[in-house]
Design a protein around this ligand. Structure first.
Ligand SMILES: [Zn+2]
Ligand SMILES: [Zn+2]
Length: 419
């Protein structure tokens, strides 16, 4: 089978990204993450002592989801990856990249936004997130501009992240931005409750400053939607308290979500449940691009007028291939790959270490007619990667097998053939 090739042509990019028929006034979306803060210290506190700006100054302009949840692994890399992809990600900190395409991929692919118009600005370091996925069709083709490790160890670090954001807003005029403010989480881990509250109040002030900056800049005013949320919470007091996080307790799962901009309802608080996977489809809806592999739903009830732009249709070459690859993966990709390899490659010929581990994982998952000798490492790898282990391992197995056969070019060909 022949490689399809990169045949699609990106539209010429002129200034702001604008689809032919803009359904919304929103031309820019800023997703701002206050890292690792519990609902009980934000909207769940009846006095709202730690979020005076979000509650008093921003609430009149905003839509607040009181029952917003991270139902994933509740750590930083998972939270940001879930927000960015609209799929439940399982990646642990320092672990593999997110496994599905992100809003940056879909946006740049469909609407032709250049890299400079998309930014990810991270207080935390590379262990916390990487701006591109391992999904075969996209990988790093449409990665955003990215800066990580600005700081997360002292209160001032969150101010540095704000300063960097403001610089980027001046210089690049970005239209899709993901920002991580990391000290709130770090201060929680340090274990001094009053310092953790101070960190929250500082980011509350920062969020308000971002909003004010948007309002005072004619380029961004009335064209920018701000999404304020957490990547995960922290343990509630019956599961170890605010110092830690990472499990399925209510404190780790229940987080905040506040959305404000030209297309959202004002001064509204809603109780119905909403989820982190709903963010990516909602960003697509507002900016006018499709999110075909996102599992969440557009948060349509926060929109003053829901235009149903994001139908999750695959409208580019890459999207069509991505959907096909994912459908195959959900069906029997690993088995298909395993069956193809059975006649040409023996597991024991594939070498040791990571390569064999990956191969064994894919073969083990696929039930491909023979068992890898080291099923222990295969099982642990599969468990580590979670539900998307099969597609990624399967693609890796093709690449590795082809490379092993001395033909790296064939590796890519094979991936595209299957995709
Ligand atoms: Zn975090
Ligand atoms: Zn917990």
């Amino acid at each position: 089978m022949k490689r399809l090739g990169l045949l699609w042509v990106l539209p010429v990019f002129l200034g702001a990204v604008s689809p032919a028929l803009a359904a919304y006034r929103t031309k820019n979306v800023f997703i701002c993450v206050m890292d690792g803060v519990r609902y009980s210290e934000t909207f769940g506190d009846p006095e709202h002592e730690n979020i005076p700006h979000m509650w008093n100054d921003l609430r009149p302009h905003s839509f607040i989801f009181m029952n917003f949840k991270n139902t994933g692994v509740t750590v930083t890399r998972q939270g940001h990856s879930t927000i960015a992809t609209g799929t439940w990600q399982t990646c642990p900190n320092g672990g593999p990249r997110m496994s599905m395409p992100s809003v940056f991929d879909y946006y740049r692919d469909e609407l032709g936004a250049p890299q400079s118009k998309t930014w990810a600005i991270f207080g935390k370091g590379l262990y916390a997130w990487l701006p591109y996925s391992s999904f075969p069709v996209y990988r790093d083709t449409f990665a955003p501009s990215f800066e990580a490790g600005i700081g997360e160890k002292v209160l001032e670090d969150d101010n540095k992240v704000l300063a960097r954001l403001l610089e980027v807003m001046e210089k690049d005029r970005p239209s899709l931005v993901l920002v991580n403010f990391g000290y709130t989480d770090h201060s929680g881990h340090l274990g001094v409750y009053e310092d953790y509250l101070k960190a929250i109040r500082n980011v509350d002030r920062i969020f308000y400053e971002i909003w004010q900056r948007i309002q005072s800049d004619p380029y961004y005013k009335d064209t920018t939607t701000l999404i304020l949320l957490n990547d995960h919470g922290r343990h509630d007091d019956s599961h170890g308290g605010f110092k830690g996080h990472g499990d399925a307790c209510e404190g780790c799962r229940h987080i905040m979500l506040q959305i404000l901009g030209p297309d959202t309802k004002k001064n509204t608080v809603i109780e119905r449940p909403a989820f982190q996977i709903d963010i990516a489809p909602t960003v697509g809806e507002l900016l006018g691009f499709q999110t075909p592999l996102a599992k969440g739903e557009v948060l349509s009830d926060c929109l003053a007028s829901w235009e149903n732009v994001n139908k999750k249709e695959a409208r580019t070459n890459a999207m069509v291939r991505a959907v096909a690859a994912q459908q195959l993966a959900e069906r029997d990709l690993a088995k298909v790959v395993g069956d193809r390899l059975r006649d040409t490659v023996k597991p024991e010929d594939l070498g040791q270490g990571l390569a064999s581990e990956l191969v064994h994982a894919a073969l083990g998952i696929g039930g491909a007619g023979f068992r890898a000798p080291d099923t222990g490492s295969a099982a642990s790898y599969a468990g580590y990667r979670g539900p998307y282990a099969d597609i990624e391992s399967a693609f890796r197995v093709i690449e590795l097998a082809a490379i092993k056969r001395g033909d790296p070019a064939l590796a890519k060909e094979s991936v595209y053939a299957v995709a």
